[in-house]
Ligand binder design. Structure first.
Ligand code: GLN
Length: 534
């Protein structure tokens, strides 16, 4: 087994996840089977209970694990099989250790950060290093110098020692600070970050330098000298021009793949990255642009709806257009003159969400889409609100609501799932992960998927209240998807509308740039048709 360890320096949000994912893509292009592991030093057991303002969206895996959004990058860039083992936090590490301590498994010993925490970290890494992969890429969250990250770095140091010089490579991603007034690229913060690594016995093999301007040879030499890295292993990672899918190509041009393989004593074969070249060519030359409204409550945090944004972009690639995602603050639609905020859009998407804030605004957007024949895609909460809106304005149930709001209602058209009624703990207790769904014959959604039986990922507690099924069907909202065994309503559509679909699941988690999701492709296609009609 070979390991690539990725750490970050100077600042957070440098794109370590994207760099790790791109390295995965480059190694796969070399014919290697890669595994990906994210280790986050924070104490939450998983990000499932965190607000999107903290770390962006919660990404859900096939097996229902609620993970950091970097796992989304891993799935979009590589074919790595990801399960809950591939997302580790200090919360999980300490949870396991404290359980063992209470069970008496430490046989009277003092339980310590070294060796017990570091051993547990190494055990988690070993869990991901299965026989069917050649290289495991391990990304350590946070920034070198963070106190909570120290046990991870120590564990990597031990592991590298155990594995031998040729089996582990350390990549350090750092930021070169550009001083605009003097047009200077400064290396000191990177030097100090590497010094911090060396303090605990880690010497990076490769320095990947984020920079907004080209890195001069003199800068490369300086970094090489002060950071004790050969000049050829100082890699420039310029800001991408159009899309993050340029990154594998950009790093390939800087010979990062060759460097990694040579360091791991693996053969390097000159190969074209045709899949990535093709994706980027199509992103660069769209035939048109289509404006899509993303109506949510975290509109100033781009990462809050990361996978939805990516899935829209993928559908744009497929439809040869650029998707101009216009975020619409849901609460702003609750004030006078809200319709003007939607009038330029060719499609409306209401994504998943929780809580009361912005609900009425989201329903204004849904009503607008329904009444103006504007293509609409509702995801999870978006689907639930589409049924509430329909109940209020078409069925005439003026106080219809979801019981999630706690607002008194005589028509709880969205209600807590039976299985959720006894649940009081918040972490990891929603209906989570991939489940089978059967699509109704002669429905638009079935036509889009091209198959009757699908599997999609979930993350919710509330569901469509089936006692209202007939009332909805009679007035034209068709229930077109149901869980294969549980019979939960998973998809609704309006056959009399050009394109109006709501789904209880999250299709965005299965979309890839070279394999766009059929629902998103259909949505963008319909939005283009709407645009064409003027
Ligand atoms: N809040 C809703 C529920 O729990 C929807 C969840 C979501 O959109 N992910 O059912």
């Amino acid at each position: 087994m070979k390991f690539v360890f990725i750490t970050g320096g100077v600042v957070s949000s440098l794109g370590k996840g994207l760099t790790a994912a791109s390295i995965g893509a480059l190694l796969e292009a070399q014919g290697l089977k890669v595994g990906m592991l994210k280790m986050d030093p924070y104490l939450n057991v998983d990000p499932g209970t965190m607000n999107p303002c903290q770390h962006g969206e919660v990404y859900v895996l096939e097996d229902g694990a609620e993970t950091d959004l970097d796992l989304g990058h891993y799935e979009r860039f590589t074919h790595a099989k990801l399960t809950r083992n591939n997302s580790v936090t200090s919360g999980k590490i300490y949870e396991a250790i404290l359980r063992k301590e209470r069970e008496g498994s430490y046989l009277g010993k003092t339980v310590q950060v070294i060796p017990h925490v570091t051993d547990e970290i190494k055990r988690r890494i070993a869990l991901c290093a299965s026989e069917d992969i050649d290289v495991l890429i391990v990304e350590i969250g946070g920034v070198v110098g963070d106190i909570e990250g120290l046990p991870y770095l120590e564990a990597l140091r031990q592991l590298a020692q155990e594995q031998g010089r040729n089996n582990a490579v350390f990549v350090h991603l750092t930021l070169l600070v550009y001083l605009r007034v003097s047009s200077e690229l400064k290396t000191k913060p990177s030097q100090q970050s590497v010094a911090k690594l060396r303090e605990i016995g880690l010497q990076p093999d490769i320095l990947v330098c984020r920079t907004e301007v080209p890195m001069a040879e003199s800068v490369r030499e300086k970094l090489s000298l002060f950071c004790n890295v050969p000049t050829e292993a100082v890699v420039e990672e310029r800001d991408v021009e159009v899309s993050t899918y340029e990154l594998p190509l950009l790093l390939h041009r800087q010979h990062l793949d060759k460097l990694l393989l040579s360091r791991l004593v693996l053969p390097y074969i000159e190969k074209s990255l045709s899949v990535w070249e093709d994706v980027n060519r199509r992103i660069r030359f769209p035939k048109t642009t289509v404006a899509i409204g993303l109506v949510g409550k975290y509109t100033d945090i781009p990462d809050a709806y990361k996978s939805v944004r990516e899935a829209l972009a993928h559908a744009g690639i497929e439809n040869q257009c650029k998707v101009d995602i216009r975020t619409v603050e849901a609460e702003a639609l609750e004030a006078e003159g809200w319709e003007a905020k939607l009038s330029d859009l060719c499609g409306i998407l209401v994504p998943g969400g929780f809580g009361l804030r912005g609900l009425e605004g989201k329903m204004c957007a849904i009503r607008y889409a329904r009444e103006h024949n504007l293509p609409f895609l509702g995801i999870c909460l978006g689907m639930q609100l589409a049924t509430v809106e329909f109940a209020r304005n078409v069925l005439g149930y003026a106080d219809a609501c979801s019981t999630e709001t706690n607002v008194p209602t005589t028509h709880p058209v969205i209600d807590l799932m039976e299985t959720q009624k006894k649940v009081s703990c918040k972490g990891g207790t929603m209906r989570l992960g991939a489940e089978p769904c059967i699509l109704a014959p002669n429905s638009r959604i079935r036509e889009l998927y091209g198959t009757e039986r699908i599997s999609e990922r979930h993350r919710h507690r509330y569901e469509f209240n089936d006692t209202y099924a007939r009332a909805f069907e009679e007035k034209g909202l068709r229930l077109v998807g149901r869980h294969e065994q549980l019979n939960i309503v998973e998809a609704v559509e309006l056959p009399r509308h050009p394109w109006f679909i709501g789904v209880q699941f999250h299709p965005e988690f299965q979309s890839k740039p070279h394999r766009p999701h059929p629902l998103f492709v259909g949505f963008i296609k319909a939005s283009l048709a709407y645009q064409k009609q003027g």
